[in-house]
Design a protein around this ligand. Sequence first.
Ligand SMILES: [Ca+2]
Ligand SMILES: [Ca+2]
Ligand SMILES: [Ca+2]
Length: 168
Amino acid sequence: MLALRLTVFVLLFCGTCGFSRFGFNLINHCNPPEQLVGKFCAALLDNDVNGDGRVDGSDIAKDVLYYNYDDDLCIMQEWEVVTRWTCRYGFSDRNGRFMFKLFDGNKDGFWTTDDFKALNFSNADFLAAQYTRFKNMYCVDPNNRENPVDRVQCAEVNALKPEDVKCT
Ligand SMILES: [Ca+2]
Ligand SMILES: [Ca+2]
Ligand SMILES: [Ca+2]
């Protein structure tokens, strides 16, 4: 909670005074894995919160608490999702917005736990889905390969085979 309060303070205090992503990353200890497989594995680790080998709605409801940078823990706004997605995993802002749209299942413009409650994957399927989604839904669109972060990560995913995607 202290970290959350600090974040809110920094956002309010620094929002108008040259607040930078660099400063934000320092404060929030952003240290995303460099390799794509590491990012996928970090997301798997984060999303099987109870460690039972499945990622379901109740796990995700806990994980999305980390997607909150304002005072409202129940609603994840697009900028909060983009912030978490870039900070924790090192994906691009654009990819964050893509994920936000994709998983706003009820299309109300926010993430809430309602968007995730029906999800239920084995860990292997969750991991494989990240790879196929990134490769076949995101990188397949040339507009998603324009910025430098996406260009590097899309080249990386295209060089990966399904069997390369494993967490040891
Ligand atoms: Ca679980
Ligand atoms: Ca929020
Ligand atoms: Ca929603």
